[in-house]
Ligand binder design. Sequence first.
Ligand code: SF4
Length: 474
Amino acid sequence: MSATFLGLPPFPEAAREAVGDSQTRHNLHKATHTIRGKRDAVVGELGDDWQRLRSAGEQVKTHTLRHLDHYLEQLEESVRRAGGTVHWAADAAEANEIVTRLVRETGEQEVVKVKSMATQEIELNNALEAAGITAYETDLAELIVQLGEDLPSHILVPAIHLARSQIREIFLDQMSEWGVPAPPGLTDDPKALAEAARVHLRELFLRAKVAVSGANFAVADSGTLVVLESEGNGRMCLTLPETLISVVGIEKIVPTWSDLEVFMQLLPRSSTGERMNPYTSTWTGVTPGDGPQNFHLVLLDNGRTDVLADTVGRQALRCIRCSACLNICPVYERTGGHAYGSVYPGPIGAILTPQLQGMSSEADRTLPYASSLCGACYDVCPVAIDIPEVLVHLREQVASSPGHLGEKAVMAGADAVFGSPKALDAVQRAAGLAGGNVPRHLPGMAGKWTDTRDVPDVPGESFRRWWNEREEER
Ligand code: SF4
């Protein structure tokens, strides 16, 4: 069975362990700073146009989400008109059941896969495996993760946590289990590793009759699906097999090709730091004699309509999965993606996962706290998702749930003190009298706060008191 995020420890526990791994921290620091530098350069060269582009992206997404019912129906009609079949999946189980059935109907027992967050979210590979169908990941980083029985730790670069020497070991140990083995003298030179993957995958591309993909965008008025990738492996899957099944989140819609144009500029610059994406594949239904002759689109909800119902949290559905917020985040840089316990790591994961899954588990409840609220994620987000605003909104929901009586009592006390000048003066006076006797480490719940911080020295006299006495003396 493929690795799963299910049952991983909550963020604070996982993060504590992750920051102790100096090799991973080194790999992450190097990789995130490199991508960050490239992104800054290509965004910077647009000057003020970048903010206008960003605002256009935000507006297109906001408009589409507001009229999602209309655009979904339009997309369905366009795909059907172009010869495709549309399926609706309310949740992960239904989507997995549909894909498994469609693959079975072809009589095949294997599929090649284009890198796709939606299929990872529903753990499609595990569902297919349980039905006796092997799913082969073909994106280089996804291949590394699959061969290593690992979990992805970054949206764009799933194997960001691994060094080249570790990848070489995985190829040498595991490739033969899945198909063409790695050459015995394989080095950790990037070209040699890429060549080993190319030879391994080529055989699969030529053999496979069924492919499974996601999509970065779905254009409602033409029924066109769009995949952006850097290697060309996705294009092999999208063109060679006889059947193509695309699992796409319902928020991926853009109304027209003109709207798509905005994102074709925003996404490459924000994700890989390139002006233009290297391989952009588009397909519209079925074209006789060209490409897959059976096309199925599975439109996935899996919690998205619940997110849409939240007036603050819904902005997370604007996300175009560029990963700029991961690369800039000081927390992600130190913990890596596994600590978030979800296919969506980093700042976007901290707001998307608890909304998609609900906050019934301890792991999901800790995610909105996996941030310093520095705001860097908002600054770089190409569709202007105010991630800190959503984090605070979700924290409010966590704090309002049963089991947070202590926190609520402290906040009610703070409200009473800061809302009354007399009460504030009394507390300041008492603290001043206690002076150096205030303990550095507070007892009980408050001890969690002072575990990592020193209680500051309390001055003998408050500023207000000093000011009032000074005024009286004049
Ligand atoms: S939240 Fe914004 S910055 Fe982060 S992945 Fe999504 S679009 Fe990119």
